[in-house]
Design a binder for this molecule. Structure first.
Ligand SMILES: O=C(O)[C@H](O)[C@@H](O)[C@H](O)[C@H](O)COP(=O)(O)O
Length: 255
């Protein structure tokens, strides 16, 4: 897929500064979209990212963000119960969402019952149906350029193998274009069963922020930034308005 926007990269001295900047970036976009459209659609991933969102639940953001206008989604989710330690929903709830007044009805988790059944394909179809309904309700627009749903901001992380969401190198999900949400049953990162947005949906977002810390990711960061190694799924990340990579020193150490 062609890169729609230039990739911007900022290296921060530490995770703390990266966290600060991520909170400011998110808060600014929240203010912009709440003013323009009366709501803000935010897509979360799992992993360490949730820890780095800690600044958002502190002053000045805690009381200045219009939380009631947020609509929250997951770019990928593990197919397990909501209270399973593997659940990205649980991770975000415990570390972030339970601390801010976002209406429960605006938090779009994987279907509770189907997730327990463990049928990843069905969970993906049901999550896509949820998105389709929100398109009908005009909560999520369709991107006029790509014809896929267009979220305002996605906050993403990357694994040491260069995966983003649950799009893993050497796995076919990266090529899926006829769905908005697909599934995987043999994820190399446990747990094996997951659902994930497809690449065209990820790249239809207005803003994509990829946050990467630690030296385990340094090699993949260098492969993408220096060698444009397109076998790594994260190398395909783009956005309709802006794609930013926030790195700490360790993640940038091989650049
Ligand atoms: O469900 C997941 O596993 C995540 O959504 C995943 O895509 C994550 O963002 C990266 O693997 C980075 O994870 P870490 O921040 O834990 O390295």
């Amino acid at each position: 897929m062609a890169t729609c926007t230039q990739r911007k990269m900022i290296v921060f001295p530490s995770k703390n500064e990266l966290s600060e900047a991520m909170a400011e970036y998110t808060a600014n976009l929240s203010a912009k979209f709440c003013k323009e459209k009366g709501l803000f659609t935010v897509v979360l991933s799992g992993g360490d990212l949730i820890d780095w969102l800690c600044k958002l639940v502190q002053p000045p953001y805690l009381n200045s963000i219009e939380w009631s206008k947020w609509h929250v989604f997951w770019v990928d989710e593990r197919v397990c119960s909501w209270d399973d330690p593997d659940s990205n929903y649980k991770l975000a709830m415990d570390g972030f969402l339970s601390k801010v007044p976002i209406p429960n009805k605006n938090i779009y988790a994987i279907d509770k019952h189907y997730a327990v059944d463990g049928n990843a394909e069905h969970c993906a179809a049901v999550y896509q149906e949820c998105l389709e309904n929100l398109v009908k309700e005009s909560i999520i627009p369709i991107c006029s350029k790509t014809q896929y749903p267009q979220f305002d901001l996605q906050l993403l992380g990357m694994g040491p193998d260069g995966h983003m969401a649950s799009l893993f190198p050497g796995h076919p999900q990266i090529n899926v274009r006829d769905k908005w949400v697909t599934h995987i049953t043999d994820s190399p990162k446990p747990p094996p069963r997951r659902i994930t947005f497809t690449l065209p949906v990820i790249n239809s977002a207005s803003y994509n922020l990829m946050a990467v810390c630690d030296k385990e990711q340094a090699h993949a960061v260098a492969e993408i930034m220096k060698h444009n190694n397109m076998s790594l799924p994260s190398a395909h990340l783009s956005a309709q308005v802006e794609t930013v990579w926030y790195l700490d020193q360790a993640a940038a150490s091989m650049l």
